[in-house]
Ligand binder design. Structure first.
Ligand code: C2E
Ligand code: MG
Ligand code: MG
Length: 467
């Protein structure tokens, strides 16, 4: 059964997702009613492909659709009409299994479906392979209504993603305790937000203290939910990491930022560096470097204007695995920054082991900077050590003129914080880059811009020579 025949003429992703969600609830209600009546158990398998968004991002939505059609056919064939397969939209499927609650039988079925999905797909001579994750919940074992059955299957799916995908997990009380209802809802909503392209990118300026110019901006992901309002990245980035969605979020942020960056250069605002945040799960993915190279090539944004920010704790945890990746990034001309510096334990030791270009002093040392001598001493120590190791220093969370003055005295290179501006959407930051921040930053003259262009060209030439 193809997705099209399943949904009639439903052509749009949104309509499909909506249809899928309504459909699964109704079908679950009916199946539960039947199960009660016949005293038969009921199991729900929730299936999600692990790499589908990479396929569509790389090869386009038409390839993606063909890939899904083939996967749907294969799943239907594997189920041989015994069980109901529901395509919930995008790369999510659910299977309802009536009359079976035997764990080993369910696991066997789950593994069979994984094998079917794992087989290569050929479209126009292109070989595509993806794995999938499956979460299983059982009625009336742990769940007693359709909502619980669905949430528990998604919680189990999340566990399958957490172990790296390509696996089958059952719902257990343990994973339920870890996940609040909001968390679960946000995960479901985040999947749809990604599919609907609801996530956006805002940019916060960084000012160079020596020249007073805005020379860099940090890309920060933003999500405004229809009913829940703005959701902080501090809340949804960890959810994205655990649900196997971080690569999709990261790819969107990088692609958007590079596209905007190239546009600014074309509009005569050259030389602005763009920093993006990378999380641990992204950094250890094997295809991350290829992903960055692909996006830089596609958007035409110069590698030497890109900065990646990595948190200190991430670097400590994954030092051995990431050393080669960091070196490759720097070989490409990308600068590496340590974010939230000072919040981990092995702070200064880390600096000796990880070659980085920029240190960002965490905002917790900045908020009391002007009144608290201890914070000032720490900020000074960080700045001095960083300079001795030829790194530049950015202070985060600068909220007042007093912060700025103190950091200037301490020899800090750049500042970022609400004193300059919060993160702004593209149009707001375009204006700010063109006109500066009245009373705070200096507007760049044509001569400054020419000088920046010259420096960039020089840097690029040097890199070409040394490559
Ligand atoms: P971060 O990278 O340290 O980003 C700085 C955070 O501090 C931002 O919060 C920013 O809005 C906030 N901030 C900036 N200036 C000030 C200030 O003067 N005072 C105070 N109190 N806060 C200030 P936001 O946007 O909520 O992001 C939170 C964290 O989420 C980021 O911390 C970063 O770790 C993560 N994040 C954001 N976007 C992305 C992304 O695209 N990918 C990944 N992996 N993580 C992201
Ligand atoms: Mg950051
Ligand atoms: Mg930070």
């Amino acid at each position: 059964m193809s997705t099209d025949s399943f949904y009639g003429a439903a052509a749009f992703e949104n309509a499909k997702i909506l249809a899928g969600r309504i459909d699964i609830k109704q079908r679950l209600q009916l199946a539960i009613a039947r199960s009660r009546l016949r005293k038969n158990p009921l199991a729900l398998l929730f299936i999600d492909l692990d790499r589908f968004n990479t396929i569509t991002a790389t090869l386009g939505p038409e390839f993606g659709q063909q890939f899904l059609d083939i996967t749907t056919d294969r799943l239907n064939h594997a189920l041989q009409g015994d069980h109901q397969l529901m395509h919930l939209g995008s790369d999510e499927y659910a299977v309802l299994i009536e009359g079976v609650d035997n764990a080993s039988q369910l696991r066997q079925l789950g593994n069979r479906l994984l094998n079917v999905i794992n087989k290569p797909v050929f479209i126009e001579q292109q070989e595509l392979i993806t794995t999938a994750s499956i979460g299983i919940s059982v009625y009336p074992n742990k769940a007693d209504n359709e909502q619980a059955l669905l949430h528990q299957a998604i919680t189990a799916l999340q566990q399958a993603k957490t172990v790296g995908g390509d696996s089958v997990k059952f719902f257990t009380r343990n994973n339920a305790n870890n996940a609040s209802l909001r968390h679960l809802n946000l995960e479901i909503e985040l999947r749809h937000a990604i599919a609907r392209k609801d996530l956006t990118v805002h940019y916060q300026p960084k000012m160079d203290l020596a020249t007073g110019h805005v020379t860099a901006i940090e890309a920060l992901v933003r999500w405004k939910h229809d009913t829940l309002g703005w959701i902080s990245p501090n809340e949804f980035i960890p959810i994205a990491e655990n649900a196997g969605l971080i690569s999709d979020v990261g790819e969107m942020v990088l692609e958007t930022a590079c596209r905007h960056g190239t546009k600014w250069m074309e509009e005569g605002i050259p030389g602005v560096k763009i920093a993006i945040n990378l999380s641990a799960k992204q950094l250890i993915r094997q295809d991350m470097l290829a992903q960055i190279k692909r996006i830089l090539k596609r958007t035409g944004f110069p590698a030497n204007q890109l900065i990646v920010e990595l948190t200190e704790s991430l670097l400590i945890d994954a030092l051995d695995k990431t050393a080669a990746t960091l070196a490759s990034l720097r070989d490409m001309g990308i600068e590496v920054a340590i974010d939230d510096f000072g919040t981990g334990y092995s702070t200064f030791k880390l600096l000796k082991r990880v070659p980085v270009d920029i240190l960002k002093i965490d905002q917790m040392f900045i908020s009391d900077l002007s009144d608290n001598p201890a914070d000032k001493a720490i900020a000074k120590a960080i700045i001095d050590v960083a300079h001795a190791l030829h790194m530049r220093v950015v202070a985060e969370g600068v909220e007042s003129k007093a912060h700025l003055t103190t950091l200037q005295e301490l020899g800090c290179d750049s500042i970022q914080g609400f004193y300059l501006s919060e993160a702004l959407p593209r149009t707001g930051i375009s204006k700010l880059l063109r006109e500066g921040i009245p009373g705070i930053t200096k507007q760049r003259t044509n001569a400054d811009i020419e000088e920046t262009k010259r420096k960039i060209a020089e840097q690029q030439k040097q890199r070409l020579v040394s490559a």
